[in-house]
Design a protein around this ligand. Structure first.
Ligand code: GLY
Length: 431
């Protein structure tokens, strides 16, 4: 089979690697990929969804798998379906589950799925009045897509007013800030929970712990994710069943019955597990319509079932025939980012703020082959050396019988790599 993976980050590298493992796959193409991805797949310079559809048609691609949310929200699935090119992912209308935080929260509440107390505003003055009145800490969320950085966690009213100003008036996320979803800040444990679904059957995957803040001890700004590990220590079979029965199945069934949406692809539930009177309630903080980055980097290596078989059954609407098999060993992903560094315009603070690119990377070839290396933002310079091209640069995925063992391996191997301004958190996997 010929596979096309859409994407160019670490998650998409992991997806391409996973397809390349399948005995059923002859060739993997990635649109548009990066230097690291070009080592496991052929990168194709198709940037728009129309160029991707043209390529898939010409190359007679058997299956396309979409990594990021943007092409899904732009309607890549609708376009491919109109040309009868097999593709995995929700269509444009269903993709609003991720591209409108406000509408999704309202829908979840209507479906009886646990969500934090929230209110939606398109007027900054009314939003400010609200945060002054509620008497609890809030999270202010831009309605639209914001590369994982659109949620501003606020400890007091002043921070909440500043968040409203930044999103709705200063427009730091552009039109994504036309509206905001203001939620009660919950305290508990965050869990990224993933399912495959064909719109009828919902199969839980294993869960992962993501680290969103830039600095140790969950300080600093929100990022796309600085590290991850799986299995998640809290996720028992009982809790999995609770998430399935209270969130995942009511959502997939609810949108099918109420909105006539047949969700085909990967469902990502961003949950806050809150202990209430001796019981755990899984509150939905966000819905994403794709695999997480860097969660996919630790989940896909644990998947023993052939991903091609899973995708085929999703397309046929026969996902109930699949039983997912998982490797029990831990995987830990440690992400190296472009940190504080002197650039042309003075000192840059580093990802997720301004960072420098084009910086040569040394030592990637020395990483122990027992680890996987997934590239997020790399290119080649004229002499064929890896250079940085993004904020997140690469991640090392280690394996261990325990979380501690996986952690030690990842940190030991990360020391073999260097580039100017390189930064990584020191507490990934530290429980
Ligand atoms: N790691 C968070 C995300 O993929 O959105």
């Amino acid at each position: 089979m010929k596979i096309l993976v859409v994407g160019s980050g670490g998650r998409d590298h992991a997806i391409a690697w996973k397809f390349a493992q399948s005995p059923r796959v002859k060739k993997v193409f990635v649109a548009h990929g990066n230097a690291g991805i070009s080592q496991v797949a052929e990168c194709v310079d198709a940037r728009t969804i129309e160029e991707m559809a043209d390529f898939a048609e010409k190359e007679k691609i058997d299956l396309t798998f979409v990594g990021p949310e943007k092409p899904l929200s732009a309607g890549i699935v609708d376009l491919f379906n109109s040309k009868s090119i097999p593709i995995i992912g929700p269509d444009k209308r269903t993709s609003r589950l991720e591209s409108s935080k406000c509408d999704t929260k309202v829908l979840l509440r209507e479906l009886g799925i646990p969500v934090p107390e929230f209110a939606v505003f398109d007027d900054p003055e009314r939003a400010r009045e609200y945060v002054r009145s509620v008497g609890y800490q809030v999270v202010v969320k831009a309605d639209g897509l914001a590369a994982g950085k659109g949620s501003l966690v606020c400890s007091n009213v002043e921070e909440a007013e500043e968040a409203i100003h930044l999103i709705m008036e200063k427009r730091i996320f552009g039109d994504s800030g036309n509206r905001v979803d203001i939620e009660k800040r919950l305290f508990g444990r965050e869990l990224s929970f993933f399912c495959f679904t064909d719109g009828y059957t919902v199969l839980p995957m294993v869960a992962a712990q993501d680290y969103k803040r830039a600095r140790d001890n969950d300080e600093g700004k929100n990022t796309g994710g600085m590290g991850s590990y799986s299995p998640h220590p809290w996720l028992t079979d009982e809790l999995t069943e609770k998430i399935m029965s209270r969130v995942a199945r009511p959502l997939i069934e609810g949108i099918r019955q109420k909105e006539k949406m047949i969700y085909k692809g990967v469902l990502y539930l961003g949950l806050m597990l809150v202990e209430e009177e001796g019981d755990i309630t899984p509150y939905v903080l966000e819905i994403n319509i794709r695999l997480g980055d860097p969660e996919a980097q630790v989940i896909l290596p644990r998947l023993n079932t052939d991903i091609v078989d899973v995708c085929e059954k999703i397309l046929e609407g026969q996902l109930h025939e699949i039983k997912l098999e998982w490797d029990p060993d831990y995987r830990l992903c440690l992400i190296a980012v472009s940190g504080r560094c002197k650039g042309k315009k003075g000192w840059y603070k580093g990802y997720p703020e301004r960072y420098r690119i084009g910086v040569p990377i040394f030592g990637l070839e020395n990483i122990d082959p027992s680890c996987l290396v997934f590239h997020s933002g790399t290119g080649f310079n004229e002499s064929g050396q890896f250079i940085t091209t993004g904020g997140r640069v690469f991640g090392i995925v280690s394996r261990g019988k325990t979380l501690q063992e996986a952690r030690e391996v990842a940190y030991r191997e990360m020391k073999k790599v260097s580039f100017e301004g390189m930064y990584y958190r020191s507490d990934i996997g530290l429980e």
